[in-house]
Design a protein around this ligand. Sequence first.
Ligand code: TRP
Length: 447
Amino acid sequence: MKKNANPKSSTDKFSTKLGAVAAAAGSAVGLGNVWRFPYIVGEDGGAVFLILYVIFTIAISIPIMMTEFAIGRKSGLPVTSAYRSLAPHSKWGVIGVLGVLTAFLISSYYNIVSGWTLYYAVSSMGGWLSGLSEVAVADYFSSLSADPFRCIIWMMLMLGATAAVVAQGVQGGIEKYSKILMPLLFLLIVVMVVRALFLPNGLDGISFFLKPDFSKLTTKTVFDALGQSFFSMSIGMGTMTTYGSYLRKSENIATTASHVAVVDFMVAFLSGAVIFPCVFAFGVNPSQGPGLVFVTLPNIFNQMPMGQLFASFFFLLLVVAAITSSVSLLEVVVAYLKESFKYGRRKATLVASLLCLFFGILCSLSQTIFSVFDNITANVLMPIGAFLIVLFAVHRLPKDEFRAEFEAHGVSFRLFNAFYFLVKYAVPIVILIIFANGILALLGISY
Ligand code: TRP
Protein backbone atom coordinates (compact mmCIF):
# COMPACT_ATOMS: atom_id res chain seq x y z
CA MET A 1 0.00 0.00 0.00
CA LYS A 2 1.41 3.37 -0.95
CA LYS A 3 1.90 5.73 1.88
CA ASN A 4 0.42 8.81 0.33
CA ALA A 5 -2.97 10.29 -0.19
CA ASN A 6 -2.66 11.33 -3.77
CA PRO A 7 -6.12 11.59 -5.25
CA LYS A 8 -4.77 10.99 -8.75
CA SER A 9 -5.67 7.42 -9.24
CA SER A 10 -8.58 5.58 -7.81
CA THR A 11 -6.35 2.69 -6.83
CA ASP A 12 -4.51 4.81 -4.27
CA LYS A 13 -5.95 4.38 -0.83
CA PHE A 14 -5.27 6.32 2.33
CA SER A 15 -2.91 4.10 4.23
CA THR A 16 -3.81 5.17 7.73
CA LYS A 17 -6.86 6.26 9.58
CA LEU A 18 -5.27 9.65 10.21
CA GLY A 19 -4.53 9.92 6.50
CA ALA A 20 -8.20 9.60 5.57
CA VAL A 21 -9.39 12.03 8.22
CA ALA A 22 -6.63 14.51 7.47
CA ALA A 23 -7.30 14.54 3.73
CA ALA A 24 -11.05 14.94 4.06
CA ALA A 25 -10.55 17.54 6.79
CA GLY A 26 -8.09 19.35 4.50
CA SER A 27 -10.91 19.81 2.01
CA ALA A 28 -13.48 20.69 4.68
CA VAL A 29 -11.39 23.13 6.71
CA GLY A 30 -10.86 26.28 4.74
CA LEU A 31 -12.11 29.81 4.38
CA GLY A 32 -15.56 28.40 5.08
CA ASN A 33 -14.59 28.04 8.73
CA VAL A 34 -12.60 31.18 9.40
CA TRP A 35 -14.11 33.62 6.90
CA ARG A 36 -17.63 32.45 6.00
CA PHE A 37 -18.83 30.98 9.29
CA PRO A 38 -18.28 34.12 11.42
CA TYR A 39 -19.74 36.47 8.85
CA ILE A 40 -22.90 34.37 8.49
CA VAL A 41 -23.20 33.99 12.30
CA GLY A 42 -22.88 37.79 12.55
CA GLU A 43 -25.54 38.40 9.91
CA ASP A 44 -27.91 35.88 11.41
CA GLY A 45 -27.77 37.12 14.97
CA GLY A 46 -25.37 34.84 16.84
CA ALA A 47 -26.17 31.92 19.12
CA VAL A 48 -29.49 30.88 17.57
CA PHE A 49 -27.67 30.27 14.33
CA LEU A 50 -24.99 28.31 16.18
CA ILE A 51 -27.54 25.97 17.79
CA LEU A 52 -29.19 25.22 14.45
CA TYR A 53 -25.79 24.76 12.88
CA VAL A 54 -24.83 22.11 15.44
CA ILE A 55 -28.15 20.26 15.09
CA PHE A 56 -27.94 20.23 11.28
CA THR A 57 -24.32 19.12 11.33
CA ILE A 58 -25.06 16.14 13.57
CA ALA A 59 -28.43 15.06 12.21
CA ILE A 60 -28.08 15.95 8.53
CA SER A 61 -24.54 16.69 7.39
CA ILE A 62 -22.77 13.75 9.05
CA PRO A 63 -25.26 11.21 7.58
CA ILE A 64 -24.83 12.84 4.15
CA MET A 65 -21.06 12.70 4.43
CA MET A 66 -21.30 9.00 5.39
CA THR A 67 -23.57 8.37 2.41
CA GLU A 68 -21.12 10.08 0.07
CA PHE A 69 -18.18 8.11 1.49
CA ALA A 70 -20.11 4.84 1.08
CA ILE A 71 -21.12 5.56 -2.52
CA GLY A 72 -17.61 6.68 -3.44
CA ARG A 73 -16.00 3.64 -1.89
CA LYS A 74 -18.53 1.23 -3.37
CA SER A 75 -18.05 2.54 -6.90
CA GLY A 76 -14.32 3.17 -6.48
CA LEU A 77 -14.80 6.16 -8.77
CA PRO A 78 -14.70 9.95 -8.51
CA VAL A 79 -17.97 11.85 -8.44
CA THR A 80 -18.05 12.52 -12.16
CA SER A 81 -18.56 8.83 -12.85
CA ALA A 82 -19.56 7.24 -9.51
CA TYR A 83 -23.30 7.79 -9.84
CA ARG A 84 -23.37 6.95 -13.51
CA SER A 85 -21.51 3.70 -13.00
CA LEU A 86 -23.71 2.50 -10.11
CA ALA A 87 -26.83 3.36 -12.12
CA PRO A 88 -26.02 2.99 -15.82
CA HIS A 89 -28.50 4.29 -18.41
CA SER A 90 -30.24 6.49 -15.87
CA LYS A 91 -30.35 10.19 -15.16
CA TRP A 92 -28.45 9.93 -11.85
CA GLY A 93 -25.27 11.08 -13.55
CA VAL A 94 -26.76 14.56 -13.14
CA ILE A 95 -25.42 14.52 -9.55
CA GLY A 96 -21.91 14.55 -10.98
CA VAL A 97 -22.69 17.38 -13.39
CA LEU A 98 -24.33 19.44 -10.66
CA GLY A 99 -21.27 18.90 -8.46
CA VAL A 100 -19.00 20.17 -11.22
CA LEU A 101 -21.13 23.28 -11.68
CA THR A 102 -21.14 23.94 -7.91
CA ALA A 103 -17.37 23.45 -7.63
CA PHE A 104 -16.86 25.80 -10.54
CA LEU A 105 -19.05 28.57 -9.10
CA ILE A 106 -17.42 28.28 -5.66
CA SER A 107 -13.93 28.39 -7.20
CA SER A 108 -14.85 31.58 -9.01
CA TYR A 109 -15.38 33.60 -5.83
CA TYR A 110 -13.37 31.51 -3.34
CA ASN A 111 -10.11 32.60 -4.96
CA ILE A 112 -11.01 36.24 -4.44
CA VAL A 113 -11.24 35.66 -0.70
CA SER A 114 -8.01 33.63 -0.85
CA GLY A 115 -6.46 36.61 -2.61
CA TRP A 116 -7.56 38.94 0.20
CA THR A 117 -6.01 36.48 2.67
CA LEU A 118 -2.71 36.48 0.79
CA TYR A 119 -2.80 40.27 0.67
CA TYR A 120 -3.27 40.34 4.45
CA ALA A 121 -0.41 37.87 4.93
CA VAL A 122 1.89 40.13 2.91
CA SER A 123 0.58 43.26 4.63
CA SER A 124 1.23 41.69 8.04
CA MET A 125 4.76 40.69 7.10
CA GLY A 126 5.39 44.20 5.81
CA GLY A 127 4.05 45.65 9.05
CA TRP A 128 1.53 47.76 7.12
CA LEU A 129 -1.28 46.85 9.48
CA SER A 130 0.73 47.42 12.64
CA GLY A 131 -0.45 50.21 14.88
CA LEU A 132 -3.40 51.18 12.68
CA SER A 133 -6.42 52.61 14.49
CA GLU A 134 -9.70 50.70 14.35
CA VAL A 135 -11.02 53.08 11.72
CA ALA A 136 -7.87 52.71 9.65
CA VAL A 137 -8.14 48.91 9.84
CA ALA A 138 -11.70 49.12 8.49
CA ASP A 139 -10.59 51.49 5.71
CA TYR A 140 -7.75 49.15 4.81
CA PHE A 141 -10.25 46.45 3.90
CA SER A 142 -12.77 48.69 2.18
CA SER A 143 -10.11 50.22 -0.02
CA LEU A 144 -8.99 46.72 -1.03
CA SER A 145 -12.45 45.31 -1.70
CA ALA A 146 -13.50 48.41 -3.63
CA ASP A 147 -10.47 48.14 -5.91
CA PRO A 148 -11.18 45.41 -8.51
CA PHE A 149 -7.71 45.78 -9.98
CA ARG A 150 -5.94 44.79 -6.75
CA CYS A 151 -8.51 42.08 -5.99
CA ILE A 152 -7.95 40.56 -9.43
CA ILE A 153 -4.15 40.61 -9.15
CA TRP A 154 -4.16 38.86 -5.75
CA MET A 155 -6.85 36.43 -6.92
CA MET A 156 -4.71 35.55 -9.94
CA LEU A 157 -1.78 34.72 -7.67
CA MET A 158 -3.91 32.30 -5.66
CA LEU A 159 -5.60 30.84 -8.72
CA GLY A 160 -2.17 30.42 -10.33
CA ALA A 161 -0.81 28.59 -7.28
CA THR A 162 -3.90 26.36 -7.20
CA ALA A 163 -3.64 25.64 -10.92
CA ALA A 164 0.06 24.82 -10.64
CA VAL A 165 -0.66 22.19 -8.00
CA VAL A 166 -3.60 20.71 -9.92
CA ALA A 167 -1.78 20.73 -13.28
CA GLN A 168 1.02 18.64 -11.82
CA GLY A 169 -1.33 16.34 -9.95
CA VAL A 170 0.63 16.75 -6.72
CA GLN A 171 -2.32 17.26 -4.40
CA GLY A 172 -1.04 14.47 -2.14
CA GLY A 173 2.12 16.52 -1.60
CA ILE A 174 0.32 19.49 -0.11
CA GLU A 175 -1.83 17.25 1.99
CA LYS A 176 1.38 16.02 3.60
CA TYR A 177 2.36 19.58 4.52
CA SER A 178 -1.11 20.49 5.60
CA LYS A 179 -1.09 17.63 8.10
CA ILE A 180 1.57 19.61 9.96
CA LEU A 181 0.42 23.12 9.17
CA MET A 182 -3.28 22.74 9.97
CA PRO A 183 -2.70 21.69 13.58
CA LEU A 184 -0.44 24.77 13.83
CA LEU A 185 -3.25 26.99 12.56
CA PHE A 186 -5.49 25.38 15.15
CA LEU A 187 -3.01 26.11 17.96
CA LEU A 188 -2.63 29.69 16.87
CA ILE A 189 -6.39 30.17 16.92
CA VAL A 190 -6.48 28.75 20.47
CA VAL A 191 -3.90 31.35 21.57
CA MET A 192 -5.97 34.05 19.91
CA VAL A 193 -9.11 32.89 21.73
CA VAL A 194 -7.33 33.33 25.06
CA ARG A 195 -6.25 36.85 24.15
CA ALA A 196 -9.69 37.73 22.81
CA LEU A 197 -11.44 36.69 26.02
CA PHE A 198 -9.49 39.30 27.95
CA LEU A 199 -10.34 42.19 25.65
CA PRO A 200 -12.55 44.90 27.15
CA ASN A 201 -16.16 43.91 26.31
CA GLY A 202 -14.80 40.61 25.01
CA LEU A 203 -17.35 38.69 27.05
CA ASP A 204 -20.20 40.55 25.33
CA GLY A 205 -18.96 38.94 22.15
CA ILE A 206 -19.01 35.52 23.77
CA SER A 207 -22.56 36.05 24.92
CA PHE A 208 -23.63 37.18 21.42
CA PHE A 209 -22.05 33.98 20.12
CA LEU A 210 -23.29 31.58 22.81
CA LYS A 211 -26.40 33.00 24.46
CA PRO A 212 -29.41 32.51 22.22
CA ASP A 213 -31.88 35.28 21.60
CA PHE A 214 -34.79 33.42 20.07
CA SER A 215 -36.41 36.58 18.79
CA LYS A 216 -33.70 36.50 16.14
CA LEU A 217 -34.87 33.18 14.72
CA THR A 218 -36.03 33.68 11.14
CA THR A 219 -36.48 31.57 8.03
CA LYS A 220 -33.24 32.99 6.75
CA THR A 221 -31.35 31.82 9.86
CA VAL A 222 -32.51 28.24 9.33
CA PHE A 223 -31.76 28.36 5.59
CA ASP A 224 -28.30 29.82 6.15
CA ALA A 225 -27.43 27.35 8.91
CA LEU A 226 -28.14 24.38 6.66
CA GLY A 227 -26.21 25.94 3.75
CA GLN A 228 -23.22 26.84 5.91
CA SER A 229 -23.08 23.34 7.36
CA PHE A 230 -23.05 21.83 3.84
CA PHE A 231 -20.51 24.35 2.59
CA SER A 232 -18.17 23.86 5.53
CA MET A 233 -18.25 20.07 5.31
CA SER A 234 -17.82 20.15 1.49
CA ILE A 235 -20.88 17.91 1.03
CA GLY A 236 -23.71 17.81 -1.47
CA MET A 237 -21.41 18.28 -4.44
CA GLY A 238 -19.60 14.99 -4.66
CA THR A 239 -16.18 15.99 -3.35
CA MET A 240 -16.66 13.63 -0.44
CA THR A 241 -17.85 10.94 -2.86
CA THR A 242 -14.49 11.24 -4.58
CA TYR A 243 -12.69 11.07 -1.23
CA GLY A 244 -14.75 8.02 -0.35
CA SER A 245 -13.26 6.22 -3.32
CA TYR A 246 -9.83 6.53 -1.66
CA LEU A 247 -11.03 5.06 1.64
CA ARG A 248 -9.93 1.55 2.47
CA LYS A 249 -12.57 -1.11 2.99
CA SER A 250 -11.42 -1.66 6.56
CA GLU A 251 -11.99 1.99 7.46
CA ASN A 252 -15.03 2.74 9.58
CA ILE A 253 -17.08 5.23 7.57
CA ALA A 254 -19.17 6.44 10.50
CA THR A 255 -16.21 7.33 12.70
CA THR A 256 -14.25 8.86 9.82
CA ALA A 257 -17.13 11.20 8.98
CA SER A 258 -17.67 12.07 12.64
CA HIS A 259 -14.01 12.92 13.14
CA VAL A 260 -13.99 15.16 10.08
CA ALA A 261 -17.10 16.91 11.38
CA VAL A 262 -15.57 17.46 14.82
CA VAL A 263 -12.36 18.93 13.41
CA ASP A 264 -14.30 21.13 11.00
CA PHE A 265 -16.65 22.33 13.72
CA MET A 266 -13.86 23.08 16.19
CA VAL A 267 -12.05 25.34 13.73
CA ALA A 268 -15.25 27.25 12.97
CA PHE A 269 -16.26 27.48 16.62
CA LEU A 270 -12.89 28.75 17.78
CA SER A 271 -12.78 31.29 14.95
CA GLY A 272 -16.10 32.60 16.21
CA ALA A 273 -14.72 32.68 19.75
CA VAL A 274 -11.94 35.00 18.54
CA ILE A 275 -13.92 37.16 16.19
CA PHE A 276 -16.98 38.02 18.30
CA PRO A 277 -15.04 39.32 21.31
CA CYS A 278 -13.10 41.47 18.80
CA VAL A 279 -16.35 42.67 17.22
CA PHE A 280 -17.54 43.98 20.57
CA ALA A 281 -14.16 45.22 21.79
CA PHE A 282 -13.43 47.24 18.66
CA GLY A 283 -16.93 48.42 17.83
CA VAL A 284 -17.31 46.50 14.57
CA ASN A 285 -20.77 45.84 13.12
CA PRO A 286 -21.29 42.05 13.39
CA SER A 287 -23.60 41.95 10.39
CA GLN A 288 -21.33 43.75 8.01
CA GLY A 289 -20.83 40.75 5.72
CA PRO A 290 -17.84 39.15 3.99
CA GLY A 291 -15.28 41.65 5.31
CA LEU A 292 -15.88 40.74 8.97
CA VAL A 293 -12.70 38.68 9.55
CA PHE A 294 -10.52 41.23 7.83
CA VAL A 295 -11.73 44.22 9.81
CA THR A 296 -11.62 42.54 13.22
CA LEU A 297 -8.49 40.39 13.42
CA PRO A 298 -5.83 43.03 12.59
CA ASN A 299 -7.02 44.90 15.71
CA ILE A 300 -6.37 42.00 18.05
CA PHE A 301 -2.93 41.39 16.56
CA ASN A 302 -2.17 45.03 17.24
CA GLN A 303 -2.84 44.36 20.91
CA MET A 304 -0.79 41.18 21.21
CA PRO A 305 2.89 40.94 22.08
CA MET A 306 4.73 40.02 18.86
CA GLY A 307 1.48 40.78 17.06
CA GLN A 308 3.10 41.28 13.67
CA LEU A 309 4.67 37.84 13.85
CA PHE A 310 1.39 36.25 14.95
CA ALA A 311 -0.54 38.03 12.21
CA SER A 312 1.94 36.95 9.53
CA PHE A 313 1.79 33.33 10.64
CA PHE A 314 -1.96 33.33 11.00
CA PHE A 315 -2.71 34.71 7.54
CA LEU A 316 -0.05 32.51 5.93
CA LEU A 317 -1.53 29.39 7.52
CA LEU A 318 -4.96 30.53 6.39
CA VAL A 319 -3.58 30.81 2.86
CA VAL A 320 -2.49 27.17 3.14
CA ALA A 321 -5.95 26.14 4.39
CA ALA A 322 -7.48 28.02 1.46
CA ILE A 323 -5.17 26.33 -1.05
CA THR A 324 -5.97 22.79 0.12
CA SER A 325 -9.66 23.57 -0.34
CA SER A 326 -9.35 25.41 -3.63
CA VAL A 327 -7.18 22.64 -5.06
CA SER A 328 -9.85 20.07 -4.32
CA LEU A 329 -12.51 22.35 -5.82
CA LEU A 330 -10.60 22.93 -9.06
CA GLU A 331 -9.80 19.23 -9.24
CA VAL A 332 -13.52 18.42 -9.59
CA VAL A 333 -13.78 20.65 -12.66
CA VAL A 334 -10.52 19.36 -14.12
CA ALA A 335 -11.54 15.71 -13.67
CA TYR A 336 -14.75 16.46 -15.52
CA LEU A 337 -13.04 18.18 -18.45
CA LYS A 338 -10.53 15.34 -18.70
CA GLU A 339 -13.23 12.75 -18.80
CA SER A 340 -15.83 14.45 -20.96
CA PHE A 341 -13.60 16.20 -23.47
CA LYS A 342 -10.63 13.84 -23.32
CA TYR A 343 -8.34 16.76 -22.41
CA GLY A 344 -4.94 16.08 -20.88
CA ARG A 345 -4.46 17.20 -17.26
CA ARG A 346 -2.59 20.37 -18.21
CA LYS A 347 -5.05 21.46 -20.85
CA ALA A 348 -7.99 20.71 -18.57
CA THR A 349 -6.39 22.76 -15.78
CA LEU A 350 -5.73 25.66 -18.12
CA VAL A 351 -9.30 25.71 -19.42
CA ALA A 352 -10.81 25.36 -15.94
CA SER A 353 -8.59 28.14 -14.52
CA LEU A 354 -9.33 30.52 -17.37
CA LEU A 355 -13.05 30.00 -16.83
CA CYS A 356 -12.63 30.59 -13.09
CA LEU A 357 -10.56 33.67 -13.85
CA PHE A 358 -13.28 35.09 -16.05
CA PHE A 359 -16.05 34.49 -13.51
CA GLY A 360 -13.73 35.60 -10.71
CA ILE A 361 -13.26 38.93 -12.49
CA LEU A 362 -17.04 39.30 -12.69
CA CYS A 363 -17.27 38.61 -8.94
CA SER A 364 -14.63 41.18 -8.13
CA LEU A 365 -16.33 43.82 -10.26
CA SER A 366 -19.73 43.28 -8.71
CA GLN A 367 -20.55 42.62 -5.08
CA THR A 368 -23.95 41.41 -6.20
CA ILE A 369 -22.52 38.70 -8.43
CA PHE A 370 -20.12 37.74 -5.62
CA SER A 371 -22.90 37.26 -3.10
CA VAL A 372 -25.23 35.57 -5.59
CA PHE A 373 -22.51 32.97 -6.28
CA ASP A 374 -21.82 32.67 -2.54
CA ASN A 375 -25.49 32.20 -1.61
CA ILE A 376 -26.58 30.10 -4.54
CA THR A 377 -23.83 27.53 -4.11
CA ALA A 378 -24.25 26.99 -0.36
CA ASN A 379 -27.98 27.51 0.02
CA VAL A 380 -29.36 26.21 -3.27
CA LEU A 381 -27.00 23.97 -5.24
CA MET A 382 -25.51 22.05 -2.30
CA PRO A 383 -28.94 21.22 -0.76
CA ILE A 384 -30.20 20.05 -4.18
CA GLY A 385 -27.06 17.92 -4.58
CA ALA A 386 -27.39 16.48 -1.08
CA PHE A 387 -31.07 15.73 -1.64
CA LEU A 388 -30.33 13.82 -4.84
CA ILE A 389 -27.46 11.94 -3.20
CA VAL A 390 -29.60 10.61 -0.34
CA LEU A 391 -32.41 9.81 -2.76
CA PHE A 392 -29.94 7.86 -4.85
CA ALA A 393 -28.68 5.95 -1.83
CA VAL A 394 -32.11 4.82 -0.64
CA HIS A 395 -33.88 4.34 -3.96
CA ARG A 396 -31.19 3.12 -6.23
CA LEU A 397 -28.98 1.05 -3.96
CA PRO A 398 -30.44 -2.10 -2.41
CA LYS A 399 -30.51 -1.65 1.38
CA ASP A 400 -28.35 -4.70 2.10
CA GLU A 401 -25.69 -3.59 -0.37
CA PHE A 402 -25.67 -0.12 1.14
CA ARG A 403 -25.39 -1.62 4.62
CA ALA A 404 -22.61 -3.97 3.52
CA GLU A 405 -20.53 -0.95 2.54
CA PHE A 406 -20.58 0.28 6.15
CA GLU A 407 -19.88 -3.15 7.54
CA ALA A 408 -17.13 -4.25 5.18
CA HIS A 409 -14.19 -6.13 6.68
CA GLY A 410 -15.91 -6.90 9.93
CA VAL A 411 -16.52 -3.26 10.90
CA SER A 412 -19.71 -3.21 12.92
CA PHE A 413 -22.32 -0.50 12.56
CA ARG A 414 -25.04 -1.23 15.08
CA LEU A 415 -26.83 2.03 14.50
CA PHE A 416 -27.35 1.29 10.82
CA ASN A 417 -31.14 1.19 11.10
CA ALA A 418 -31.29 4.54 12.86
CA PHE A 419 -28.90 5.99 10.29
CA TYR A 420 -30.97 4.55 7.45
CA PHE A 421 -34.10 6.09 8.89
CA LEU A 422 -32.40 9.48 8.98
CA VAL A 423 -31.17 9.17 5.42
CA LYS A 424 -34.44 7.80 4.06
CA TYR A 425 -36.88 10.16 5.77
CA ALA A 426 -35.48 12.85 8.02
CA VAL A 427 -32.71 14.21 5.79
CA PRO A 428 -34.70 14.60 2.55
CA ILE A 429 -37.81 15.94 4.27
CA VAL A 430 -35.90 18.49 6.33
CA ILE A 431 -33.89 19.62 3.32
CA LEU A 432 -37.06 19.97 1.27
CA ILE A 433 -38.91 22.03 3.89
CA ILE A 434 -35.99 24.34 4.67
CA PHE A 435 -35.18 24.68 1.02
CA ALA A 436 -38.72 25.56 -0.04
CA ASN A 437 -39.09 28.08 2.78
CA GLY A 438 -35.69 29.57 2.09
CA ILE A 439 -36.36 29.99 -1.61
CA LEU A 440 -39.66 31.73 -0.88
CA ALA A 441 -37.89 34.02 1.61
CA LEU A 442 -35.14 34.69 -0.93
CA LEU A 443 -37.77 35.71 -3.47
CA GLY A 444 -39.36 37.94 -0.87
CA ILE A 445 -42.55 35.89 -0.64
CA SER A 446 -43.82 35.54 2.89
CA TYR A 447 -46.93 33.73 3.92
N1 TRP B 1 -15.43 23.34 2.85
C1 TRP B 1 -14.61 24.33 2.24
C2 TRP B 1 -14.34 25.44 3.24
O1 TRP B 1 -14.84 25.37 4.34
C3 TRP B 1 -15.23 24.91 1.01
C4 TRP B 1 -15.79 23.91 0.08
C5 TRP B 1 -17.06 23.72 -0.24
C6 TRP B 1 -15.08 22.93 -0.59
N2 TRP B 1 -17.17 22.69 -1.11
C7 TRP B 1 -15.98 22.20 -1.33
C8 TRP B 1 -13.76 22.62 -0.62
C9 TRP B 1 -15.57 21.14 -2.10
C10 TRP B 1 -13.36 21.58 -1.41
C11 TRP B 1 -14.24 20.85 -2.12
O2 TRP B 1 -13.67 26.36 2.95
